[in-house]
Design a protein around this ligand. Structure first.
Ligand SMILES: [Zn+2]
Length: 268
């Protein structure tokens, strides 16, 4: 199975950040004669963001994909993101990570995408006790770190089933999203496109699935990504979405779950 794990190589974000930092080093090195050094505040990560300020973003939208990684659907999603120079966030299931699918996950990370936590077993976690909940999170976060070098920054609850024990036990912001029932084979690619476009707005989090064999979502993305870009949206990771709007997502015991980074209420 020819996964082009290395073919898509380092993303633009990473190389841009590297060239900025090496430029900064040169500036520092040669600044003996130059007294004024300009410092620019950029996003906190050098790998998952282009080096730019929050004020440089216009309309932003985060495409998010649940239930991977796999070698049937995820690579096609990545091909399209790469084709249109877009970034997305993947909420992976720990038990789906094996030697092959991990290479796909690594490819996503290297492209500037973000790898987040969607539990280990994809069970109803609102029926678990605190220790079971923590184990679900720990297992997946450690595997993601093993393959990408970085731990997940966000959590999406399986079935969006939550309770206070989960908010108390999980030290990550909870993410919902605006969905289009794309886990259901009976929902056509056309309907998926329409529903996403209806719900698109500045700061929105779109909930999609790169589940095994979910080709109708791949088909929908072929239209959706260029259309959203045509409408002026920059497609960014979740970390970048919050950064662009100057918002720190809550990760304490507050029972808040985001479908738009700017949402006021706890739930939408
Ligand atoms: Zn799921």
């Amino acid at each position: 199975m020819a996964m082009t794990a290395s073919g898509c190589g380092s993303g633009d974000g990473s190389s841009a950040a590297e060239s900025v930092s090496s430029a900064a080093e040169q500036t520092t090195a040669s600044s003996a004669a130059v007294t004024e050094v300009t410092t620019v505040e950029t996003a906190p990560s050098t790998t998952q963001h282009p080096a730019k300020e929050a004020s440089e973003y216009g309309k932003v939208l985060a495409l998010t994909f649940d239930d991977g990684p796999n070698t049937t659907c995820t690579p096609y999603v990545l091909d399209l993101l790469e084709k249109y120079d877009a970034r997305a966030s993947f909420f992976v299931i720990g038990n789906n990570i094996n030697e092959e699918s991990a290479q796909v996950m690594k490819r996503a990370y290297d492209m500037g995408c973000e790898i987040n936590n969607h539990s280990r077993t994809h069970s109803y976690m609102n029926k678990m006790d605190a220790d079971e909940i923590k184990e679900e999170i720990k297992y997946t976060s450690e595997l993601v770190e093993k393959y990408t070098g970085e731990q997940p920054r966000f959590f999406r609850p399986p079935y969006i089933a939550v309770n206070q024990t989960m908010f108390d036990s999980i030290d990550l912001p909870f993410i919902n999203g605006k969905g289009c029932n794309d886990w259901d084979d009976k929902v056509s690619a056309e309907t998926r496109i329409e529903k996403v476009l209806e719900q698109a707005e500045d700061g929105a989090i779109i909930l999609l699935h790169d589940a095994d064999m979910n080709f109708q979502t791949v088909q929908a993305l072929e239209t959706l990504i260029p259309e959203l870009q045509k409408q002026g949206y920059e497609l960014v990771t979740l970390t970048e979405l919050f950064f662009a709007k100057g918002i720190t997502p809550v990760s304490d015991s507050t029972p808040k779950i985001y479908s738009n980074c700017m949402q006021e209420g706890n739930w939408s």
